[in-house]
Design a protein around this ligand. Structure first.
Ligand SMILES: Nc1ncnc2c1ncn2[C@@H]1O[C@H](COP(=O)(O)OP(=O)(O)OP(=O)(O)O)[C@@H](O)[C@H]1O
Ligand SMILES: [Mg+2]
Length: 220
């Protein structure tokens, strides 16, 4: 479902030295698998997930999705692919300030032309599942870190994505809720969703089909 070929991402820092965030990554992810990326802080996990999720472009190498080389797609084509197929849970949530939880969750449905009524209904169902039935009208700044993370998870699921990309999805959550999140992601896997998770949480390795250990931008 997703394949990378000699994927590299470098940053030029103050134009005199290069940071190799990821280097020569060659991986092959099959549909419906639960894939974990683990590794120390700064090893390149977020960079790699963002590139595979079409949010960022590599400086060299290729990404294939469903056999198509998406690295050659235009920004508009990538956005379309993303809206239809991918759900993101970001490391720092990226919720929209001042918008209510349900509005944040249903935001990705707007470009798909879905009615307000249906957006509200779908957001409500997911937020209830995340234990936030009584926080539908709260803005992110009125929520705790873990609650914001759960709103972000609900938003990632709203378009019934085929691929979920989760960057540290349990970093702000207590153990009990973390268990629920892992079980929830695992349940999605049984429905054929492909799941990519970057995490320091060793418990994820127990539910993963594949664990890639990343160090200094390379797969160990
Ligand atoms: N915009 C940028 N400009 C320069 N260097 C960057 C930029 N973004 C990331 N880096 C560098 O790339 C490397 C990989 O960063 P990345 O965020 O992918 O790591 P990570 O594995 O997700 O870390 P963490 O576990 O702390 O989230 C780091 O050394 C970081 O300093
Ligand atoms: Mg990261």
């Amino acid at each position: 479902m997703i394949r990378t070929e000699h994927l590299c991402k470098s940053y030029c820092h103050h134009s005199h030295y290069e940071v190799r965030a990821v280097y020569d990554i060659n991986i092959n992810i099959s549909q419906g698998s639960f894939v974990v990326f683990s590794g120390p802080s700064g090893s390149g996990k977020t960079t790699l997930l963002n590139i595979m999720g079409t949010l960022d472009r590599p400086t060299a190498g290729k990404v294939f999705m469903y056999g198509e080389e998406i690295t050659s797609f235009s920004d508009i084509a990538l956005a379309r692919l993303r809206h239809k197929k991918i759900g993101f849970i970001f490391q720092n949530f990226h919720l929209i300030p001042r918008l209510a939880s349900w509005e944040n969750v249903s935001y990705p449905l707007i470009p798909l032309g879905i009615s307000l009524k249906e957006r509200l209904e779908r957001a409500r169902l997911l937020l209830e599942k995340m234990g936030l039935a009584d926080r539908l009208d709260h803005a992110p700044e009125e929520l705790s870190g873990g609650q914001q993370q759960r709103v972000a998870i609900a938003r990632a699921l709203i378009n019934n994505p085929e691929i979920i990309i989760a960057d540290e999805p349990t970093s702000n959550i207590d153990d009990e809720t973390s268990v629920q999140i892992r079980e929830f992601l695992n349940e999605l896997k049984t429905r054929g969703v492909t799941i990519l998770v970057a995490t320091h949480d060793a418990m994820f390795e127990k539910v993963a089909d594949v664990v890639f250990k990343i160090k200094n931008g390379r797969i160990e």
